[in-house]
Design a protein around this ligand. Structure first.
Ligand code: C2E
Ligand code: CA
Ligand code: CA
Length: 718
């Protein structure tokens, strides 16, 4: 280590030339060399031009060279170009004698080209005359520390800039740090919260259990995430999604809590909205089927706990499909909205009103002590729904059919109760609608029956299981056959003859009435032509129409083609349309009826008196006759009211230029009363029941040439 300047004492010993001194010198040098080469810091000697003379292992390792390779390299070429001017200045200052040493942090270039940060102390060595002889540099590799600092700076920046609010508290949960997002979100500046407990943010609305769970999770797992309610500095309360993590030191002692949170008001609103939409019917805003299931389940649990009873009322609007189809969906929708509102207004807050879909609603009556209480609520619902509806300036009647089932008698779970209320409701429908029925186990049979009907009708039509019967209509004056009404029956191979009242409503609701009605028309025309061929008189055949048939735009065309195909004239056919159907969508119906009328076919309004006819419209309908409903005829002799209705209807019809057909005439007294009032035509069991074509032919064959049925009836009476 020749380049090293021997220490003063060693030099002195050298000069003395003594043996022991030389040994001491050698030992000293060996020590220094060991120190030099084993040092963990890099040490380098350089000449005054900054060329390396000698470096130790640590220095060479730091820069990726061998000590040999470094010898003769200049300091400048090992320095990062950006840091070179700085060092050059210092070196120059030492050379000029302005300073003896300098300390800098600088970047070296590793052999591989990467940067190495060094903390460098350089001192110049001078001879006795003060001339610079060499430079000694001691350098520590601080690359790791530098990276860490950069990392920390970055983290600090992230902490400041991140969108999430961050709050750091110490082991005693006193706030020590918050970021900008925290201030933006809570409204508190850092100095307002330092040293305080984060509970100052709480809105006091989060249930205590949530906090208990939070602390338990922190203790067990060291982190927690959840939603809590906080209050801003301005007082506004908001939900936030909070995550907390515990920070521990090397020995596992808690040092900090780190809490990150964001405002989830919007998220919550969206979530609530989605939940609301999933559980509510968009038209009426009422709970939907899914929600009902949930609420009914809860109500049943409560009823069970409190030993109370509960009523499930299923409500279905009668003939809603007809209203919807004939008046349009907007009217149907408005009706459903009003129905929902009426139901809700009629029950207590704890009761549930839900819409199952279509025109089906459910009311769950809770907290009732007895069945009577539930029944009185049901009665109230029935009453409120029976009131006329005002929709788009028109008055509409839509009666409900309701079925009730009781917990626990009729079922212990939601499914059974709903199924049984449904069966009761169908029973109410079959009992003439517009009423209320309680579940009765026998009803399941009725529901099954309806189901069978619904699923069998299409097959029945396809396999030709329908037949027409014909009922005579007679002229009041002469008592002779004027026409027949075609009435459809279903000849079910399993159950025999099924009357139309059982399946026509189902066919109307399912839409099957359109092809079925077409078949009836076709069959009636075929039969009429067959009678012509047999030489029977030219009495006309009346056919009942459903409003759904009239809604087909080309219905008049269908009828025209039918007459032509069977070689009939318009006089061979009469069409009957019920009062309620005709009044459903008056303007559209009038237009359609006008087209039929223009073909020369006569038309009758059926079941007159049972609907809510407006006389103004009646005048506009291109009809020829009214059929007085048999419910009025039935009680002519006993009910003064019905008698008056009959005579008033006849007078009214005549005033409008219409003739009147009385239906359901069963007794001579009824016949005489009706004739006295001037009734034009009569139909009923008194003259003939509906008969098959063959039976009718046989009956007609037994009459005189004028086909006088009255004399036949008289013969039977006496
Ligand atoms: P509607 O048009 O009012 O037919 C008259 C109903 O009264 C028939 O019942 C008939 O059998 C019955 N009737 C006749 N005379 C008497 C009587 O003196 N006393 C009593 N108690 N009843 C009498 P039906 O055949 O059961 O038909 C019931 C309803 O089914 C019909 O009432 C009609 O609305 C409907 N319907 C029948 N056939 C068809 C059809 O082809 N198409 C459509 N859309 N509906 C039909
Ligand atoms: Ca009829
Ligand atoms: Ca009728």
């Amino acid at each position: 280590m020749t380049a090293l300047n021997p220490s003063g004492r060693a030099a002195h010993a050298l000069q003395a030339g003594s043996r022991p001194l030389l040994t001491a010198l050698a030992e000293c040098e060996a020590r220094q060399r060991a120190l030099f080469s084993n040092a963990t810091v890099g040490i380098a000697l350089a000449d005054v031009q900054g060329r390396l003379l000698e470096v130790n292992e640590a220095y060479a390792r730091m820069l990726g060279y061998t000590a040999q390779e470094l010898q003769g390299m200049s300091i400048a070429e090992l320095t990062h170009p950006e840091d070179e001017p700085l060092e050059t200045d210092y070196l120059a200052a030492i050379a000029r004698g302005e300073r003896d040493s300098y300390q800098i942090e600088k970047r070296y270039l590793h052999r591989s080209g990467r940067e190495v940060w060094g903390e460098l102390a350089v001192s110049g060595q001078r001879d006795e005359r003060g001339r610079l002889v060499q430079l000694i540099g001691v350098v520590t590799d601080i690359t790791g520390r530098k990276q860490e600092q950069a990392h920390l700076r970055l983290m600090g920046e992230v902490f400041r800039q991140v969108g999430e609010a961050i709050l750091v508290s110490d082991q005693d949960n006193r706030i020590v740090m918050v970021n900008q997002a925290f201030t933006a979100l809570t409204g508190y500046r850092p100095e307002e919260v330092m040293g305080r407990n984060p509970s100052l943010l709480s809105a006091g609305q989060t249930p205590r259990e949530v906090y208990q769970k939070m602390w338990a999770a922190l203790r067990e797992r060291g982190h927690w995430q959840g939603e809590i309610w906080d209050r801003r500095k301005d007082g506004a309360v908001y939900p936030k999604l909070l995550s907390i993590a515990l920070l521990k030191d090397d020995r596992g002692r808690l040092t900090h809590h780190i809490a990150c949170f964001t405002d989830i008001t919007e998220h919550k609103e969206a979530e609530n909205r989605i939940r609301y939409l999933a559980l509510h019917d968009t038209l009426t805003g009422l709970p939907n089927r899914l929600c009902l299931q949930e609420r009914l389940g809860q109500a049943l649990l409560a009823a069970h706990r409190r030993q109370e009873m509960l009523g499930v009322i299923l409500i279905d609007l009668d003939r809603f499909k007809l209203i919807n189809d004939s008046l349009g969906h907007h009217v149907g929708d408005a009706l459903l909205v009003q129905t929902g509102a009426r139901l809700q207004a009629a029950v207590r807050n704890d009761d549930v009103v839900a819409r199952l879909g279509g025109d089906e609603f459910v009311v769950v009556v809770t907290g009732a002590a007895t069945m009577e209480v539930v029944l009185s609520v049901a009665g109230k619902l029935l009453e409120t729904l029976r009131q006329p509806y005002q929709i788009e300036g028109q008055v509409l009647h839509a009666t409900p059919s309701m079925g009730i089932s009781f917990y626990p008698e009729d079922g212990k779970d939601a499914d059974t109760l709903m199924r049984n209320a449904d069966a009761a409701m169908y029973h109410a429908k079959s009992q003439g609608r517009n009423g209320l029925q309680r579940f009765d186990p026998a009803l399941n049979a009725a529901a099954t029956e309806r189901f069978i009907l619904e699923s069998n009708l299409p097959r029945a039509l396809a396999q030709g299981e329908f037949v027409l019967h014909y009922q005579a209509q007679i002229d009041g004056q002469s008592g002779c056959l004027m026409g027949v009404e075609a009435l459809v029956r279903w000849l079910d191979p399993e159950r025999g003859l099924v009357p139309p009242d059982r399946f026509i409503p189902v066919a109307e609701e399912t839409g099957l009435i359109v092809p079925l009605g077409a078949w009836v028309l076709e069959e009636a025309c075929r039969q009429r032509q067959a009678w012509h061929r047999q030489g029977l008189p030219a009495f006309r055949v009346a056919v009942n129409l459903s409003v759904l048939q009239l809604r087909q735009a080309d219905f008049p065309g269908q009828v025209a083609r039918l007459l032509e195909r069977h070689g009939l004239t318009a006089a061979d056919l009469e069409l009957e349309i019920t009062e309620s159907a005709a009044m459903g969508n008056p303007l559209e119906t009038i237009e359609m009826l006008n087209k039929i009328k223009a073909m020369g076919i006569s038309m009758a309004i059926d079941d007159f008196g049972t609907g809510y006819s407006s006389l103004a419209y009646l005048k506009l309908l291109p009809i020829d006759s009214l059929k007085l409903d048999r419910s009025f005829v039935k009680d002519i002799e006993t009910s003064q009211d019905d008698a008056v209705i009959c005579s008033a209807t006849i007078a009214l019809a005549h005033a409008l230029g219409l003739s009147v057909v009385a239906e359901g005439v069963e007794t001579a007294a009824q016949e005489h009363y009706l004739l006295r009032q001037g009734c034009d035509y009569l139909q009923g069991y008194l003259f003939s029941k509906p008969l098959t074509a063959t039976e009718l032919e046989r009956l007609l064959g037994s009459l005189d040439a004028r086909l006088c049925l009255r004399s036949a009836a008289d013969r039977r009476q006496h």
